[in-house]
Design a protein around this ligand. Structure first.
Ligand code: HAM
Length: 421
């Protein structure tokens, strides 16, 4: 016997029983994108490796250690996207959508990302994100619009126990001042840092704040908050965003040491956690990246967005025992006594489907008992039962599988009857 091939480590099949929950979340994401006027964009799942090196940052853990990079048969270095923002920025530049000065583009996306991380509950090597990116507006209203959409998404999905944390690293000058302050703070503790963070001290010190190593966590405890190093303009912008959130009654807290795992962030950044998730409790995060379009070859254009992990959202809902609204239509199962009835049912099934009714049958000629068993297993709501007497009378027997009630219905009225159920 052949050995069974297993799915790669850190990946998960979404099996039929789980699909309705995914579809419900996708439906909510699409509806909200439309309501907030974000249009859908779909970009390739692989890109030239250089995009992520230049966009996400050479020294970030994600690019440094976690990408799936390979050479294709033409000798090009390609990378499976570890996140959605860089590809979206490339696409809006390449397509010319951002060519006009002052152009505003708002897009949303839903799809898989790939990171070579150590698999754990809520941490996978392939995960999915619903995300949005908004280009062309530097004002705090744009950051807040993204946050409101994100929180609305969680609310409509029914997630409870949410916490929104925010920070601002400010413009380039503020960020540099903060970096210097952090290096000065950490310099006397350098020997206590992890090997990775010793390297980060010269390469990219802000990344140390993001480290999960207990030695680094200990060292950064008490580090100065970014807010103290903001330029006046950045501080005013952050204050405006906070004011807009307060007006919208969205609770949040400021975490002066919140940095996120990518180098492209420039101003406000945020992260949302949900209860019931254990260690991997960030269900989404985002921030502003006003230099990224230019870094990737476009005209200087501000941008901001978020990405929200779907697996973690579903895990949170499961542990919070919240069920998603699924709108599956009732399934009608056609059961036949004998060959003539089977042929008639086959025809009737086409008419039901043409009328938009969800219908199925077992065409393999099994016994009536096993046809009913199958209907039960497939969670059919009703059975249509046809035998010789129904054929002769031009009727069908309609049976409600939940209540057990049944009634004879003229064959030419069954479509109409089922449509009103
Ligand atoms: P991120 O924080 O790296 O941001 O990912 C967003 C969300 O994706 C996380 O909060 C988490 O829920 C989920 N996620 C990330 N990695 C994994 C994983 N290995 N397994 C399961 N879920 C995961 C971004 O990706 C940015 N592109 C967000 C953004 C958009 N910023 C601006 N625009």
């Amino acid at each position: 016997m052949q050995t069974i091939i297993q799915a790669p480590k850190g990946t998960k099949d979404i099996l039929p029983a789980e699909s309705p929950r995914w579809q419900a979340v996708e439906r909510i994401a699409r509806e909200l994108s439309a309501i907030y006027h974000f249009d859908e964009i779909r970009t390739p799942i692989f890109e030239h490796s250089e995009l992520f090196h230049r966009g996400v940052g050479e020294t970030t853990d994600i690019v440094h250690k976690e990408t799936y990079t390979f050479e294709d048969r033409g000798g090009r270095s390609l990378t499976l996207r570890p996140e959605g923002t860089a590809g979206v920025v490339r696409a809006v530049i390449e397509s010319g959508l951002l060519n006009d000065t002052g152009s505003r583009v708002k897009v949303s996306y839903f799809g898989p990302n790939f990171r070579y991380e150590r698999p754990a509950s809520g941490r996978y090597r392939q995960h999915h994100q619903f995300g949005v990116e908004a280009f062309g507006v530097a004002e705090a209203e744009q950051d807040v619009e993204c946050i409101l959409l994100q929180m609305d998404f969680y609310r409509r999905c029914g997630v409870k126990d949410l916490a929104l944390r925010m920070n601002s690293l400010g413009d380039a000058e503020s960020k540099q001042r903060y970096r210097d302050a952090l290096v000065a703070y950490l310099a006397p503790k350098k020997e206590t840092l992890s090997e990775d963070s010793k390297r980060r001290m010269s390469e990219n010190p802000l990344r140390i704040l993001d480290s999960k190593d207990p030695r680094d966590i200990q060292a950064v405890n008490g580090a100065p908050p970014a807010g103290e190093y903001l330029s006046d303009a950045s501080a005013a912008n952050f204050a405006r965003a906070r004011g807009l959130l307060e007006k919208a009654s969205v609770p949040f807290s400021v975490d002066g040491n919140l940095v996120r795992g990518f180098d492209y962030y420039t101003g406000i950044v945020w992260e949302v956690t949900a209860g019931g998730l254990g260690a991997q409790n960030a269900i989404g995060g985002g921030g502003r990246y006003d230099n990224l379009v230019e870094t990737l070859g476009g005209k200087p254009t501000p941008g901001v967005g978020f990405g929200s992990g779907i697996e973690r959202l579903l895990l949170a809902l499961e542990s919070q025992q919240v069920s998603l609204p699924t709108n599956a239509r009732p399934l009608i199962w056609l059961v036949a006594h004998g060959d003539a009835a089977r042929d008639a049912n086959w025809q009737l099934m086409q008419s039901l489907r043409a009328a938009g009714i969800r219908a199925d049958m077992d065409p393999s000629g099994r016994s009536v008992k096993s046809q009913f068993k199958l209907a039960d297993r497939e969670k059919a709501a009703f059975c249509i039962v046809v035998g010789d007497s129904e054929l002769a009378a031009g009727t069908v027997m309609l049976k409600n599988l939940q209540s057990g009630e049944q009634a004879s219905v003229p064959r030419d009225q069954i479509v109409e009857k089922l449509q009103t159920l």
